[in-house]
Design a protein around this ligand. Structure first.
Ligand SMILES: Cc1cc2nc3c(=O)[nH]c(=O)nc-3n(C[C@H](O)[C@H](O)[C@H](O)COP(=O)(O)OP(=O)(O)OC[C@H]3O[C@@H](n4cnc5c(N)ncnc54)[C@H](O)[C@@H]3O)c2cc1C
Length: 481
């Protein structure tokens, strides 16, 4: 679809001339997120600075019956912040201020375009931080984190984004400004904050967010344990939790990833190990000392080849730099890969790791693994050679097989990245028809004209356009628990 010059003028009148992008080359920079398989440039990009402007944009789009696609930093991995049906992309990058820091109530209110790490940077000196820490936290926006309900390494102990959102200001698909939640606990009425978090722009544009601030722990200890195989390392994860430990983070990296990271960042992970576990403990100093020793002992009991502790903050920061830059380092292994984001109950990690090795062998593809082991949240990277026509198809098949294996073990189709275009088709693997239709109806309350981020999150049926009709290859009854 293309928009009329009159409509574009209306956008310019709302946000100003320098905040409207219509050139082809300008729009192309918004045609995809970090899942570059899914492409669709918007007809126009607008960059508002205030909620009032966002409301006026939505109302104009409703009059023109044109899709509205919200966008934060575009680091999503699901085909989310892109415009398969064209329309108006609302980029939140210029709504990036901290509106209030309220230490007394342990919270801050920010605009959605604020980069995640910038909030921690603003409160660090006073001993506070914003806990949700996706590995993209140096670039992803808090609005994007809220809309995808992002997780991260330290969410094992601190909880995912939804656990840190106290209130939201939304401009719904109806063009209304609505405030849900707030600073006080247990507000009357429905918990609409919980409903809106993770809605991937299909309900509303998030225009302000009140988030919980967390006080920084007194001490932090990072343990690095090397194992012969990923399966051995996986056994440690549920053993540590079953022993009553609550590490802040438990991250796993396999041999291929270790090689790539060491070459890329010089993080110094033990070469030759089949896998390493990065275990972080934080809290009161005395407790952290004891927990550190327990973690090391559990690793040794499970056959660790070596166990070491970061000696100072610089060493710890280097270990985490390696982990957080893992996605970039994979470029040393392959030019192309498919990234899966699925979950298994953590006790099933050894099973799924065996399955992943077997799938890789069956398809003749390298599958590299770096993931949030403590949450059972896997990120297998299925590497393929895009100069060979059959390899992409093989990688896609391996990817689907892997997803089904996770569901069969009682897992979930997504751990933290969300659904977007990529996973929408997989949702029926996990939910019954009645559940999906209920979700469609809720979407309709926020956005009756279904203009908000169309084609994302929920599966659509080509014949009906809206609402779900079964088209699933069903797994046996009782597979999903
Ligand atoms: C190297 C790398 C590491 C990553 N690590 C993690 C990780 O550890 N954990 C994790 O969860 N994710 C991770 N991600 C994925 C991604 O960073 C997160 O999903 C992040 O939350 C997206 O934020 P964004 O600002 O880039 O949002 P975008 O990609 O711009 O948008 C994401 C979705 O949210 C919607 N949206 C964005 N802003 C708004 C708004 N203001 N109102 C309404 N809807 C909105 C968009 O329409 C889209 O559907 C990683 C990505 C990369 C590239």
């Amino acid at each position: 679809m293309s928009l009329t010059p009159r409509f574009v003028d209306e956008m310019r009148a709302i946000v100003g001339k320098d905040a409207v992008v219509v050139s082809v080359e300008g729009r192309m920079t918004y045609e995809c997120d970090m899942h570059t398989f899914y492409k669709g440039a918007p007809d126009v990009v607008v960059l508002p600075t205030r909620t009032e402007q966002v409301r006026a944009i939505v109302q104009a789009c409703r009059r023109a019956n044109t899709p509205i696609v919200p966008r934060g930093s575009g680091t999503g991995l699901i085909g989310g912040a892109m415009a398969p049906q064209g329309g108006v992309m609302v980029s939140m990058n210029r709504m990036a201020s901290i509106l209030e820091i309220d230490y007394g109530n342990r919270c801050a209110t920010v605009q959605p375009g604020l980069i995640n790490l910038w909030l921690t940077n603003a409160v660090r000196e006073r001993g506070w931080f914003f806990a949700p820490d996706p590995s993209s936290q140096m670039v992803s926006s808090i609005g994007g984190n809220v809309s995808t309900n992002a997780g991260g390494p330290h969410c094992l102990k601190y909880g995912i984004t939804t656990n840190h959102v106290l209130g939201l200001e939304l401009v719904t698909g109806r063009g209304e400004v609505v405030r849900v939640g707030g600073k006080t606990l247990d507000r009357p009425g429905y918990d609409l904050t919980g409903v809106a978090v993770g809605s991937e722009g299909t309900f509303a544009l998030v225009t302000a967010i009140t988030v919980r601030l967390t006080h920084a722990p007194e001490a932090v200890k990072t343990v690095l344990a090397a194992f012969r195989t990923v399966i051995e390392a996986s056994q440690v994860v549920s053993a540590a939790i079953a022993a009553g430990m609550t590490p802040a983070a438990m991250e796993m990296l396999d041999e291929a990833i270790i090689r790539a990271i060491n070459a890329g960042t010089g993080a110094g992970y033990p070469e030759g190990a089949g896998a390493v576990l990065l275990i972080e403990l934080d809290g009161p100093r005395a407790e952290v000392e004891v927990q550190g020793e327990r973690a090391a002992a559990i690793c040794r009991e499970h056959g660790a080849l070596s166990v070491s502790v970061a000696r100072d903050e610089a060493e710890r920061a280097l270990l985490w730099k390696g982990r957080k830059e893992a996605a970039g380092a994979v470029g040393r292994l392959t030019a192309s890969y498919l990234l899966q984001d699925a979950v298994v109950p953590r006790s099933k990690l050894p099973h799924i790791m065996r399955e992943i090795v077997a799938i890789g062998e069956r398809y003749g593809l390298l599958i590299a693994n770096v993931f949030h082991a403590g949450d059972g949240n896997l990120h297998p990277m299925i590497c393929y050679d895009d100069t060979r026509p059959d390899e992409l198809e093989k990688a896609k098949e391996a990817n689907e097989e892997l997803l089904r294996a996770c569901i069969a073990l009682g897992g979930s189709v997504t751990g933290e990245h969300g659904m977007g275009m990529d996973k929408a088709k997989n949702l029926p693997l996990q939910y019954a028809d009645a559940d999906l239709n209920f979700m469609f109806r809720i979407r309709g309350v926020f956005d009756p004209a279904r203009l908000m981020n169309p084609g994302k999150l929920l599966p659509t049926h080509p014949a009906c356009g809206e609402g779900f009709r079964p088209q699933r290859p069903r797994l046996p009854e009782g597979t999903w628990v």
